[in-house]
Design a protein around this ligand. Structure first.
Ligand SMILES: Cc1cc2nc3c(=O)[nH]c(=O)nc-3n(C[C@H](O)[C@H](O)[C@H](O)COP(=O)(O)O)c2cc1C
Length: 213
């Protein structure tokens, strides 16, 4: 008798738990549908000129490192430009990204090439930074460079060199995002160059981890 009562109690509890679980699942399902519906129907208005200026000011106040991106064009000539949109993406596989303006004279070379090189600039490479940010097509004459075994132009003297195979090109408004997988890597013991409010510099000596050489 006791056993039967215990069995009934147990089944009753189990039933209640199942009903609760079903309720929770249904609630989550509808919440998910509701959120997705609203995200799909979001309207994103073009930013006003004032907000574009604020966006530029914010991004200008966002300190970054500085890189030079290089590749070779169809005639095997070196091409490159100064870039601060570089970011690391993934460790496994080892992926990095950067963005290029559609108006860039080097765009076609990067689009057609199988790979690119990211040079993480050292603080003493200011002249190169501005040479590769200007319009002079002869910018490589200011650099000490050579072709790597992957047939990519490598500039010497930077803090880090990442040779990459292009794995994806993604349309992103007035820019194109290049995603690359690292195929060769090199590092030198140097201080990085920083970019902040349209100027470049080195890490302040007051920075906690800076060892003054
Ligand atoms: C610090 C700094 C960062 C820059 N970052 C980028 C960038 O991420 N992408 C880009 O397309 N241009 C960037 N530029 C602008 C290009 O370097 C510049 O427009 C260059 O003249 C392009 O050369 P090209 O037209 O011969 O390719 C940057 C310039 C500077 C000074």
């Amino acid at each position: 008798m006791n056993h039967r009562k215990q069995g009934r109690d147990h089944a009753g509890k189990l039933g209640q738990e199942l009903v609760q679980l079903a309720k929770m699942t249904a609630e989550r399902f509808w919440a998910h549908r509701y959120i997705n519906y609203h995200i799909k129907n979001w309207r994103v208005d073009k930013m006003s000129n004032d907000n574009v200026s604020i966006f530029k000011e914010i991004m200008g106040s966002y300190p970054t490192g500085v890189t030079i991106l290089t590749t070779t064009d169809a005639e095997e000539k070196p091409c490159g430009l100064t870039v601060n949109s570089f970011a690391s993406v993934s460790l496994d596989p080892n992926l990095v990204l950067w963005c290029i303006d559609r108006r860039s004279a080097s765009l076609e070379a990067f689009e057609q090439s199988q790979g690119f090189v990211v040079h993480i600039l050292a603080a003493d490479q200011e002249e190169l930074c501005w040479a590769f940010a200007g319009k002079d097509p002869d910018r490589f004459s200011k650099a000490d460079w050579s072709l790597s075994k992957n047939n990519l132009p490598v500039i010497s003297g930077s803090l880090g060199v990442l040779e990459c195979k292009t794995v994806q090109q993604i349309d992103a408004g007035d820019h194109i995002i290049f995603l690359g997988e690292i195929i060769d890597i090199d590092k030198q013991d140097k201080e990085p160059m920083l970019y902040f409010r349209r100027d470049v510099g080195k890490i302040p000596t007051s920075w906690p981890a800076v060892v003054v050489h």
